[in-house]
Design a protein around this ligand. Sequence first.
Ligand SMILES: Nc1ncnc2c1ncn2[C@@H]1O[C@H](COP(=O)(O)OP(=O)(O)OP(=O)(O)O)[C@@H](O)[C@H]1O
Ligand SMILES: [Mg+2]
Length: 411
Amino acid sequence: MRTLVIGTGGREHALARALSLDPGVTEVHAAPGNPGIAAVATVHDVDPMSGPAVAALAAGLGVDLVVVGPEAPLVAGVADAVRERGIACFGPSREAAELEGSKAFAKDVMAAAGVPTAAARVCTTAAEKEAALDELGAPYVVKDDGLAAGKGVVVTEGRQAALDHALACDRVVVEEFLDGPEVSLFAITDGTTVYPLQPAQDFKRIGDGDAGPNTGGMGAYTPLSWAPDDLVDEVLRDVLQPTVDELARRGTPFAGLLYAGLALTSRGTRVVEFNARFGDPETQPLLALLDSPLSPLLHAAATGGLADVEPPRWKDGAAVAVVMASAGYPESSSTGDVITGVGSADALPDVHVIHAGTALAGDDLVTAGGRVLAVVATGSSVADARGAAYGGVEAIAFDGAQHRTDIAAGR
Ligand SMILES: Nc1ncnc2c1ncn2[C@@H]1O[C@H](COP(=O)(O)OP(=O)(O)OP(=O)(O)O)[C@@H](O)[C@H]1O
Ligand SMILES: [Mg+2]
């Protein structure tokens, strides 16, 4: 199988790497990629947001499968453009990707499908926003309806801060606060059959102990020994399958990766959000532990034949990813800082380094974004994998590098 991965980040590097290790895959291409992806794939300088350009690249390369990594191209309809050329594409249609592209749409689907989630009000006017804040109360949760690159949600005790965010956005979803630990549960689906992956957890705040602002994600690990044994069965039954069935019923089937962000609250499991693509950085440890070859699962999901492929199998043990971010992240980021030690980290046993925001400046690898690298390690336990991942982090240096020291700690 010849494959093409669309995107530039750590998730796409992890996907390209997994495809490059799959014996059934003869070629891995990527667009536009990054220096890490270029080590496992042939990269092409094509705009990932342009459906016609991506479809033309896929046709020109003669690929059998396109995998669209990020949400923005999916919401823009890039997967539809590829499929219109008769090429299999892993990633939902523009209409189905609204599950991530509009939080109000996701709430509507959940209500219709009976999926447990926070009570919510969709508001556009200032009066509606004020009334919803007062009705649902503190802590206030205000979400920009549309895609906001991880910056759309404010959770605060302060009514004024909540209102300021609501007024700064056009349409918002104001919702009830959910307590309890968060779990990410991904599922591969062809629009009918749903195969959940292992639960994972990510660490969204910049600082140790979950201090400071939200980020794209500072680390992740899997499996979760503390999660209830029946969590996957419960979420498949109550969340994933009903959501997939509801979108099929509406005539806009969801085929691709359905990401359920869950809160395990004192009153039961609730959906915090859906995403329409692999999560970053949870994908890094998940793919490190996936024992099944990746391409048959993605190809079958893209072509309606998932029931004919065996469900994913997992390796024993655990995997941990620790993100290294550049100076100023998440408010800003620093580019051009020279990165050293990636080769040494990669050479450590059970460790590999995933590139997210890197670039080449001459012979130097330099920072090119907020999240720069994810150091991923596997081990017989979370503690082993964690120790190995931090060993990799210690080997890498760049000016202003930031990382959390408590990823997967105490597990
Ligand atoms: N109802 C809620 N109660 C408590 N915390 C919440 C609630 N909704 C969201 N959050 C917190 O805010 C974070 C971001 O919210 P959400 O996942 O909806 O936004 P997002 O910007 O789409 O995130 P992502 O970048 O992961 O896709 C959640 O992971 C959670 O920590
Ligand atoms: Mg989201």
